[in-house]
Design a protein around this ligand. Structure first.
Ligand SMILES: Nc1nc2c(c(=O)[nH]1)N[C@H]1C(S)=C(S)[C@@H](COP(=O)(O)O)O[C@H]1N2
Ligand SMILES: [Mo]
Length: 394
């Protein structure tokens, strides 16, 4: 098959924006600077974080490219790009977030394993493609199905890439069939990002986008779709991206005791300031993002300057643009909110805290200690930045 490259052949990587902060070179893992992240509601493709576990596949000969559909389905078949493009096209604005976002801050409490990320392993894009529910219907599986006649209850997505964690095999993940066949879940087989053909880094020619769910389930470079009785047994579903309490360590870990992480929790971060930032006395603008998983929108974002004793509400800066609206446009419940507040700084040091509340009244946890876990996933603790008055300006 064209495009397959060994798990350590990095000779043909695409070129990337030089402003990205590289957290790992091979595989390529990079995030934009904080301030660039919140300068637009829709994250430009070149600034969108890139999270990989192997070399980027090369898939050309697009007319020959197909996704095989196998497993517990009556008519195993092959899907070509033209089959997917013949279905109604949807543009879904959805925020993709890596479960490892903000891991670096978690590892400062106690060391964790995984690529270090600041607060920008997240981005908001307009994904264009066919709804998975329509694709499965085309293959004979009706909408809102939880089990196929042959007992398929999970849909597995297997990639073209090759990863060390899978012993040189492809990246893969699965979602439950009832989510896959629910048109309201907005799961897409996407071939566009922000109105352009998907680029190589983000899954060209076809990727899965599972809105509201950790990025790890949005498999890039699709090779096959399999109907399974059980969830995918791949590394990233079974030996990674699970939720463990702070008491579990590498000696007592029991992977089988936990479920794979799916929906991400409520999250926010201040992006106009670094963790420790020199400022002039007077007005300081606070800008950032807030998002929640599972289609739960953001209710509000609170800002504190006294360790959480009192709070003021931030305002929403950017409303969804009209840029990519098509005839099948969906709502923005999967997308982040950008917020802004102006504070007055007079003390020599001030800690500024942001915390978001989602539509189900879920709130970010106060301390990173209470959510610490050995893999360093889902650090959603209150985001804190320390402002110091710059002496040269006094
Ligand atoms: N085939 C494949 N799909 C993948 C990955 C990967 O390494 N290989 N990484 C996953 C993870 S962990 C995340 S967070 C998102 C990142 O998507 P992006 O690089 O488009 O931002 O892709 C997911 N899909
Ligand atoms: Mo991720």
């Amino acid at each position: 098959m064209p495009g397959i490259r060994g798990p350590s052949d990095y000779s043909q990587e695409p070129s990337r924006d030089p402003s990205l902060k590289i957290n790992a070179k091979e595989p390529f893992n990079a995030e934009p600077p904080r301030s660039a992240l919140v300068s637009s509601y829709v994250t430009p493709v070149h600034l969108f974080y890139k999270r990989n576990h192997g070399p980027i596949p090369i898939i050309d000969h697009i007319d020959n490219y197909s996704v095989s559909v196998t497993g517990l389905i009556d008519n195993p078949t092959k899907l070509f790009i033209k089959d997917i493009m013949s279905l109604p096209k949807y543009n879904v604005t959805a925020t993709l977030q890596c479960a490892g976002n903000r891991r670096t801050a978690m590892s400062k409490v106690r060391n964790v394993r995984g690529v270090g990320w600041d607060v920008s392993a997240i981005g908001n894009a307009v994904w264009g493609g066919a709804k998975l529910a329509d694709v499965l219907e085309l293959l004979g599986i009706p909408k809102l199905t939880s089990s196929t006649g042959l007992g398929g209850r999970h849909v597995e997505f297997v990639s073209v890439d090759r990863c060390k964690e899978e012993n040189g095999g492809p990246y893969k993940a699965s979602i439950p069939l009832n989510q896959a066949t629910n048109p309201e879940a907005d799961v897409l087989l996407a071939y566009e990002m922000n109105g352009e053909i998907l680029n190589r880094d983000h899954g060209y020619p076809l990727r899965l986008v599972v809105p509201g769910v950790i990025g790890a389930r949005s498999v890039k470079w699709l090779d096959s779709i399999n109907l399974l009785a059980e969830e995918c047994q791949g590394f990233f579903m079974q030996k990674d991206y699970k939720m463990f309490p702070p008491s579990v360590n590498w000696d007592n870990i029991d992977w089988s005791s936990r479920r794979p992480q799916m929906d991400f929790p409520v999250q926010s971060a201040i992006c106009s300031l670094e963790d420790v930032q020199m400022v002039k006395p007077g007005k300081v603008s606070i800008k950032g993002y807030a998002v929640s998983g599972g289609g739960r929108g953001i209710e509000r974002v609170d800002i504190s300057m006294d360790g959480g004793k009192s709070w003021v509400e931030a305002s929403r800066t950017q409303k969804p643009g009209k840029d990519y609206i098509s005839e099948h446009n969906s709502s923005d419940k999967w997308a982040w909110v950008l917020f802004e507040a102006t504070i007055d700084v007079s003390q020599s040091t001030t800690e500024v805290i942001a915390k978001a509340v989602d539509s189900a009244a879920n709130v970010q946890p106060e301390n990173v200690e209470s959510v610490w876990n050995l893999r360093g996933v889902l650090n959603t603790s209150w985001h804190r930045v320390l402002l110091r008055l710059g002496h040269s300006n006094l």
